[in-house]
Design a protein around this ligand. Structure first.
Ligand code: AMP
Length: 576
């Protein structure tokens, strides 16, 4: 049986030494003692992540080791991050930003992105990081729904904002990082505001339940939903970083995720800094040699990445690894999509280390299920629930299923970093809790006899391509805006490198003929509107797209036909 295939028993004796015992005894409440200012006066995650370190023995410790393309390097101590974020917080206040206001970020992974996330929290405002590959439509959806007051971006990315600016009456200011001149209406230079701002800032103490950030994520239907998290999340951020990512004082940590995705916000910003850890940020495209050179140059000890990246590294071959001294690495973790056993076995061979998979979601706000350093790894399994997390496999009525049975992966509601709202959409929020007492994840899974969880798939039509969640409806809606497209049905199909790729079935409007050129044009259209990761890598022109009598696209039928699987119940299929 696959789960007997245990390949790695760690000799490590630190972090979460005894999962079973800690799981029994653990109380979330106990984590508060690690914070300096979890008091009745209020809390602020930015104080715990940056300011307190800047006034203790960590003040000259490196918080951020930054490298951009072209070998440009910068480094910031905790004191530097405090000083810069204090100034930015003052600058934002001067622009009228107050507690609860939304400040959105459309930036590459430059130091200003991380400093902005901290500064926004210091005011008690709500940060909205957006992935820098988003096209105008994706940016508009987010700014419009959140009613963002301020946007921080670069002149280059601002060109995409210019296309939609007229539709965003709530957006008062655009702060441009690195703007030379020619500022238009509403545009302000980030640097000149910072230069004007006072250096001393008094942090805003907020209620633990006050909002901290919003990240938009995709479901099967509708526009992306604004998943909202609070300052109280710091409890989960702190302890999961310590126990699941095993970060310790002297580590040099590299999280490869962009803060436009939840891993980059939580484990590429808050988690490591709450633990006072030095972290590396590389602002550049994936390139195997470049990645290995980052590990070598900065002597990275803990590396948190994703299965697609690992598969791409595997494809790049074992020869190039020999060119780089990777001996600093001591712990590797992965998240975002299923991690295939071959990759774990390969990692063991070439890095001499196992890869620790973990599972969580934008909505859960922190790692829920993980392979810990002290637990034997069963390749292909996501691991065991984090202490304080009750994960079960249930059916649609809430009945717990026995080991080995496939069902819905559900979590007992109420852990510190659970989502607090879908921004302005109570109905969508309630859908997560449709089974009484449970948060339903949308994933299907099973648990084995030893309590390890195994991912099976999504219970809905959401596509996971290279670890990025894409809603088929968003792609279909963007497709039908192309003049040649009358109807579109979108599904995910298996891909050895990216987990899934997006395939679109397209019915053309009268007068348009299928051609390879038209496919390319449609792909370009989606890349530009939504994002590069969301375009259909495969397009099939078809005469019709199967729909139910009520007009819903039957994506499941499309998928079953595509993969040669049984088509199941199609009694609601539209006739004729
Ligand atoms: P996101 O909210 O964008 O981070 O996406 C969360 C989704 O990614 C989950 O609901 C899963 O479908 C998938 N996912 C995350 N981690 C894993 C993992 N370790 N194994 C399999 N799927 C994962």
């Amino acid at each position: 049986m696959e789960y007997k295939d245990i390949i790695y028993k760690s000799p490590v004796k630190h972090g979460l030494i005894n999962h079973e015992k800690t799981y029994k005894d653990f109380q979330w409440e106990d984590v508060k003692k690690y914070f300096e200012h979890f008091t009745d006066e209020g809390v602020n995650i930015a104080h715990e992540a940056i300011d307190r370190h800047a006034t203790n023995s960590y003040k000259n410790k490196i918080a951020l080791l930054w490298e951009g393309e072209g070998n440009i390097k910068k480094q910031y101590t905790f004191l530097n991050v405090k000083a810069q974020s204090d100034k930015l917080a003052n600058a934002l206040k001067n622009l009228g930003v107050e507690k609860g206001d939304r400040v959105f970020l459309f930036l590459p992974r430059i130091p200003e992105l991380y400093i902005s996330i901290i500064a926004i929290a210091k005011i008690g405002a709500i940060a909205g990081p957006m992935f820098s590959a988003f096209g105008p439509e994706a940016v508009k959806d987010r700014l419009l729904n959140s009613e963002a007051k301020v946007l921080i971006t670069t002149p280059e990315l601002n060109q995409r904002v210019n296309e939609i600016k007229e539709d965003l009456p709530m957006l008062k200011h655009i702060l441009l990082v690195g703007a030379k001149d020619n500022l238009k209406k509403n545009e302000i230079s980030y640097e000149s505001e910072i230069n004007k701002a006072s250096e001393s800032f008094k942090i805003k103490w907020v209620d633990p339940e006050d909002y901290l950030y919003i990240l938009y994520t995709s479901g099967t239907t509708g526009k992306p939903k604004g998943v909202t998290h609070v300052h109280n999340d710091m409890i989960s951020h702190y302890i999961t970083t310590k126990w699941a990512l095993d970060l310790r004082e002297d580590d040099i940590y590299w999280c490869t995720a962009d803060p436009g995705w939840v891993t980059g916000t939580v484990y590429g910003t808050w988690g490591p800094w709450l633990n006072g850890i030095s972290q590396v940020v590389y602002n550049g495209r994936f390139d195997a040699e470049q990645w290995y050179s980052i590990i070598k140059k900065y002597k990275v000890t803990v590396w948190y990445t994703a299965p697609t990246a690992l598969r791409m590294l595997m494809k790049a071959g074992n020869e190039i690894i020999k060119k780089y001294d990777l001996s600093s690495l001591r712990y590797i973790c992965s998240v975002g999509e299923p991690l295939n056993p071959e990759v774990i076995k390969w990692g063991l061979k070439v890095y001499n280390l196992p890869i620790h998979d973990n599972w969580w979601q934008t909505e859960t706000g922190s790692i829920m299920i993980s392979n810990y350093p002290s637990l034997p790894i069963k390749p292909g399994s996501m691991g065991k629930p984090f202490p304080g997390i009750c994960a079960k496999i249930i059916n649609t009525k809430g009945k717990e299923l026995s080991p080995g049975k496939h069902g819905l992966l559900a979590l007992k509601r109420g852990w510190p970093s659970m989502l607090r709202e879908i921004w302005k959409d109570k109905k969508k929020y309630d859908e997560y809790f449709c089974v009484s007492g449970w948060y339903t994840t949308g994933d299907t899974a099973y648990m084995d006899d030893d309590g390890y969880f195994w991912f099976v798939g999504r219970a809905d039509d959401v596509i996971n391509t290279a670890g990025h969640r894409v809603g088929p409806f968003e792609v279909e809606s963007a497709l039908v805006e192309h003049k040649a497209v009358a109807e579109a049905g979108v599904i995910g199909i298996p891909d050895t490198e990216r987990g899934e790729i997006i395939k679109a079935f397209i019915v053309l409007n009268y007068g348009h003929k299928p051609s390879p050129e038209l496919k390319k044009e449609i792909q370009k259209f989606i890349k530009k509107r939504l994002a590069a990761h969301a375009y259909p890598r495969e397009i099939e022109f078809t005469k019709d797209v199967p729909k139910t009598r009520s007009g819903k696209i039957m994506r499941r039928l499309l998928k079953a036909r595509e993969l040669g699987l049984p088509t199941g119940d199609i009694s609601t299929l539209e006739e004729g």
